[in-house]
Ligand binder design. Structure first.
Ligand code: ZN
Length: 425
C-alpha cells in the first residue's frame, strides 16, 4: 500500500538517499562538537580515546569513539552526582528525572528534537489532532507515561491518563468517552477487550478505536497479530529506550522499523565494535541529536540488523529488523551471530515442527551446526520441507546448516535452550 504525501509528518522522511547521508554526517559532526564542548563526561571519554571532534570526517570515523554503556552512566553518576557530567545544559533546565532498573537516572530532554520524533511516530501510527487518546503506560518513575502523554498533547489530541490496571474501568472509559486512540502494551489491550466482553461490551460495536500504538514488550508481535485476528485491530510498534527516547517506528507496511531522522543508529559488532552492513546482526548503538542529554554512541544492549532495500511506504530512512534479543545471548558461528530469536523466526514458519534445538560444535577448524527437530506426532520430515527449512535458515541467519535430524521428544535435552554451544576453545 502506498501513501499520499499527507501521510508523512515531514519532508525529511522522504529525503533522497544522497542527501540523507550528507544530512547525517553534518548532524553527527555538530552533535559531537556540541557534546565535547558542553558535556564533561563525553569530552573526557573522547580525550581518553585520543579522538577530537575534527577527527570525525566520515560516518565510519565514529568507530573511534568508544560505545557509552549503561554501566558507564551509572559509574559517572556515582563519581560525580547528581548528573555525572552527562548533561549538555545546566541541571535546572531538566524538567523530570526517571528511574530505570539499575538504577539509572534518565533525564527528560528539553530539546525539541526529542518530541519531534514522538510527533512523527504518532502521525505515522494514525493519530491526529482531535483524537481522544487513552494512555495506559505508567506515569510513575518510568518515562513512558509522561512521554506518551506529552506526545498526544503535542499533536493536538486529548489525553486520558489511565495508567495500567483496572480493566473494567478501562473498558468503560473506552466506550463512554468514544475514545479513538490507545497507547500501551498489546497484552494489556487484549486483557481490556476480554474484560469488555465479560461486561457485555462489544469492542467491535461499542468502541471507536482507530489508532493504536501497542508496544513495549517482548513477544508483542504475536499478541498484535491476535488482536488483528480476533478484533480486526491494527496496531503499531516502535522502539526506543529510556536513555535516548525513540529510535525507530513501524509504518503502515509494518515491515521493520524506520529510524528517526533525529538519531544516528549504527549496528555494531558485539566484539570488534566495528559498524556492520545490512542483514548483519549487532548491537544497536545510538547517537541522538539532543543538546540536552548528548550521549555519544549509546550502546542499547539490544541486537538488531538493518534491512536491505527501500520501503514501499515511500520513506527513505533505513529500517531496523526489530529487536532480535540482548547482547550476550547470541552465539558466534563462522564469523556471524546466530541468535535464538532468528532461529525461532525460521522454525515458527513450519507448523509441522513441535520443538527444536541447534547444537554448535567444532570439527577441526570449522564450526558445525546440527539442528534437531521434533515432528508433531512423531515421524520423519518430508524431503521438500527439509529443503525449504535449509534455504529459509540460510536466508534469515546467513549461515548454512550442516545437518538436520528428526528426533523424538527425549532427543532434545533442556528445551529451554534453543541453541547449545558445545565448542571448546
Ligand atoms: Zn515504511
Amino acid at each position: 500500500m502506498s501513501q499520499g504525501r499527507e501521510e508523512y509528518h515531514s519532508e525529511e522522511e522522504i529525503m533522497p538517499e544522497n542527501q540523507r547521508q550528507r544530512y547525517y554526517l553534518e548532524q553527527v559532526q555538530k552533535q559531537i562538537a556540541y557534546a565535547y564542548e558542553n558535556a564533561p563526561a563525553m569530552r573526557a571519554k573522547m580525550d581518553r580515546a585520543g579522538v577530537a571532534p575534527k577527527d570525525i570526517r566520515e560516518l565510519s570515523d565514529l568507530e573511534a569513539i568508544p560505545v557509552t554503556t549503561k554501566d558507564s552512566l551509572i559509574e559517572a553518576r556515582r563519581t560525580d552526582p547528581p548528573w555525572g557530567g552527562l548533561l549538555g545544559v545546566p541541571g535546572h533546565q531538566i524538567p523530570r528525572v526517571y528511574l530505570s532498573p539499575g538504577p539509572i537516572y534518565d533525564v527528560q530532554s528539553t530539546d525539541d528534537n526529542f518530541f519531534k520524533r514522538w510527533r512523527r511516530r504518532m502521525h505515522a501510527h494514525g493519530f491526529r489532532a482531535g483524537d481522544i487518546v487513552v494512555n495506559t503506560f505508567s506515569y510513575h518513575m518510568s518515562p513512558a507515561g509522561h512521554w506518551f502523554d506529552e506526545a498526544i498533547r503535542q499533536i493536538g489530541a486529548t489525553a486520558i491518563p489511565m495508567g495500567p490496571g483496572n480493566t473494567e474501568l478501562q473498558a468503560q472509559v473506552l466506550r463512554d468517552m468514544k475514545v479513538t486512540g490507545w497507547t500501551g502494551m498489546p497484552s494489556f489491550l487484549m486483557a481490556i477487550f476480554k474484560k469488555a466482553l465479560e461486561l457485555s461490551i462489544d469492542p467491535g460495536r461499542d468502541f471507536c478505536l482507530r489508532a493504536i500504538s501497542a508496544g513495549g514488550e517482548m513477544g508483542g508481535a504475536q499478541i498484535r497479530q491476535q488482536l488483528y485476528d480476533k478484533y480486526g485491530i491494527v496496531s503499531y510498534d516502535s522502539y526506543g529506550t529510556a536513555d535516548v527516547g525513540l529510535i525507530s517506528y513501524e509504518c503502515r507496511e509494518r515491515t521493520g522499523m524506520h529510524v528517526h531522522e533525529e538519531v544516528f543508529v549504527e549496528i555494531v559488532d558485539e566484539i570488534t565494535g566495528k559498524q556492520l552492513g545490512p542483514g548483519e546482526v549487532g548491537q544497536v548503538v545510538v547517537t541522538p541529536f539532543d543538546r540536552c542529554y548528548p550521549l555519544l554512541r549509546f550502546g542499547t544492549g539490544d541486537l538488531s540488523s538493518y534491512l536491505e532495500g527501500g520501503c514501499t511506504c515511500g520513506r527513505t530512512s533505513a529500517r531496523l529488523s526489530g529487536i532480535l534479543g540482548r547482547v550476550g545471548q547470541a552465539v558466534r558461528i563462522r564469523g556471524m551471530f546466530l541468535h535464538p530469536r532468528q532461529l525461532k523466526d525460521v522454525l515458527n514458519r513450519f507448523s509441522e515442527i513441535e520443538s527444536y534445538q541447534a547444537e554448535v560444535s567444532r570439527v577441526g577448524e570449522r564450526d558445525r551446526i546440527l539442528l534437531r527437530i521434533q515432528i508433531k506426532g512423531g515421524g520423519q520430515a518430508e524431503h521438500v520441507m527439509l529443503e525449504t527449512l535449509n534455504s529459509t535458515f540460510e536466508d534469515v541467519c546467513r549461515l548454512r546448516l550442516d545437518e538436520v535430524v528428526c528426533v523424538s521428544a527425549e532427543g532434545i535435552e533442556d528445551k529451554s535452550k534453543e541453541i547449545i554451544d558445545i565448542r571448546v576453545f
